[in-house]
Design a protein around this ligand. Sequence first.
Ligand SMILES: Nc1ncnc2c1ncn2[C@@H]1O[C@H](COP(=O)(O)OP(=O)(O)OP(=O)(O)O)[C@@H](O)[C@H]1O
Length: 504
Amino acid sequence: MNKFNMADMLGHLGSLLASVMFVWAIIQQYFPYNVRNFFEKYSQRFLTLFYPYIQITFNEFTGERFKRSEAYSAIETYLGKTTSMQAKRLKADVIKNNTQPLSLSMDDHEEVADDFNGVKVYWSSGKNILKTQSFSFYPTTDEKRYYKLTFHKRHREMILGEYLQHVLKEGRDIKVKTRMRKLYTNNGSQWSHVVFEHPASFQTLAMDPVMKQEIIDDLTTFSNGEEFYNRIGRAWKRGYLLYGPPGTGKSTMIAAMANFLCYDIYDLELTAVKDNTELRRLLIETSSKSIIVIEDIDCSMDLTGQRKKEVKEEEEESDPKKPIKPPENEGKTSKVTLSGLLNFVDGLWSACGGDRLIVFTTNHVEKLDPALIRRGRMDKHIELSYCGFEAFKVLAKNYLCIQTHDLFERISELLGEVEMTPADVAENLMPKTSPPDTERCLKSLIGALEAAKAEAERKKLEEEEEKKKELLAVKAGEVKVVNMVENGEAKVANLVENGSNGSV
Ligand SMILES: Nc1ncnc2c1ncn2[C@@H]1O[C@H](COP(=O)(O)OP(=O)(O)OP(=O)(O)O)[C@@H](O)[C@H]1O
């Protein structure tokens, strides 16, 4: 009996559904769009009288036809984490990133809940399929995806303000962290890029640990400082000057900075930039969350000489008596000037928004114009120097996976006496066999350090000999002069004596 009733009920339900669908199909087919729209509009209004929830739709494409909405993309990324825990149907996409190979988002018509400060909100995904007007035999469809946010109307203010800001910021931050980072280089006025996959990190960077921590803290404060920079009315940028002999890790540190902050790198070849206008254009094209690097700044332009010339020109220009003469550069290809570079560092271009680090490197800090590297322009001066024992320990850990060894004491002694760059120390620690023969590598380093020490001592001796010789030469010269003076005096005395005797 029960069985029969059930089958009967299902039969009725089936025919009811079929009828509803039939009627809906008829309405869609024959009722004009305006009439349907009218019913939909008023039924919605009627429902909102009793429905305490508010809905916001974020469409994938807004305004410009092929431009994906930034908000949609940030929401998609934000929901990625929640989605993988809650939704039953997910969409996966491959992203080329070491830390996270797959990006997950919820499939169409899924719903997930999110909790913010104890308030529950619901996100659902959907798509509208529009039939495009076309004369093709196969009608084409246009899919418009969207996310819908639903929340109770009593939380309106908080959701529209704080929560949405939080979602967009989190989404953007996750995106920055998981995106493939790029290394841009300029060929004249054009940037071209490759994927940036340098493995350097602060962990593998060999330097004094206190200094390293200081840099990490500084970078963290800077990257979280949007509000602070806004408050004090300064462009959100920071200048770093890295200086030290070749092979001390300046380029490696830039790579470590980019990996730490998840920023892109713009490696600016200043010598390829025609003039200040081109420099400005290149800078305006840089994106936020990036490091703009000018390596070997002292070789990129004659800063000292040029600065003097510029100062002289400025002085001459301000002299009213001076006749006006045509500019020297007219008709010639001009170069970037120091003042152009200073404008760039000072952030005249900061109107393009976002945070940027500017990093200059040099092997000869003393050659740079003080105006270029004064605080406020280059906020942090970092000296990368010869390898100390602490830096060596980092390299030993990286290259040989050891934290301590009997030979460390000797190495520590030698490093205190000899100047060797981390690049040279690393080269000696490079395993030549597999598995690495730790002792052999350490002994190779000791051998190199002893050879360097002997060489330094030999040079010192040579220099001392040279100095001695110079001193002797000076002394010999002095003796000669004294002799000459004495001879001269004797002659003069003779003459005087002869003169007083009346003989000429
Ligand atoms: N402090 C360091 N920590 C770890 N590795 C380092 C360090 N310094 C140098 N190296 C190693 O030496 C190589 C050369 O270093 P890097 O190019 O960073 O030096 P640099 O100071 O930029 O030199 P240059 O002034 O010639 O450009 C790197 O590939 C890296 O492997």
